[in-house]
Ligand binder design. Sequence first.
Ligand code: IMP
Ligand code: MG
Length: 179
Amino acid sequence: MKQVKLHDKEFRVSIPAEKIQDAIAQMAVKINNDYKGKDTPLFISILNGSFMFTADLFKHIDFVCEVTFLKLTSYKGTASTGAVRQLIGVNEAIEGRDVIVLEDIVDTGITLEQILGQLKSFEPASVRVASLLFKPEAYQKDLHIDYIGMEIPNDFIVGYGLDYDGLGRNLPDIYTLIS
Ligand code: IMP
Ligand code: MG
């Protein structure tokens, strides 16, 4: 079994690269089918974690489209509100567009809820969500996720864009923390 050490922790391969690529190819078939004939849909990729997923998915997309990248900034708010996260980098016209949000992973769903809430103010024609990974046991929201690559157990993972304290994003496979 392939293992890797990042900072102080050991991780073991749990999802090999081929399985990730299969899931992405299957997702692309559905997206291509659903958006056939639509007027230049806009993919919005949420950085940092989604960069690999976005690159690989995007190569399968067969309709005329655009992609843009957003980063969530988080800073300490007041004691009562806690961390406030805000979208930065929305430059493309979103109003009236069909938007597909690309996420690496939906865990509690808190990030996704904030993204969708803020996107709404730009008045897109439609918004769908595509997430490579989904942790059903950790999910606290009831927002619909339109395209899910794989459901995974509630364990901490790294690789394929996902990090542990900045490290591990370059790994082509996904690794799970050895508990
Ligand atoms: P949520 O707001 O709890 O849904 O978390 C979403 C974000 O947390 C993702 O976009 C990831 O950046 C990060 N995240 C969630 N689970 C993991 C994990 O297992 N490994 C690395 N990052 C994760
Ligand atoms: Mg992320």
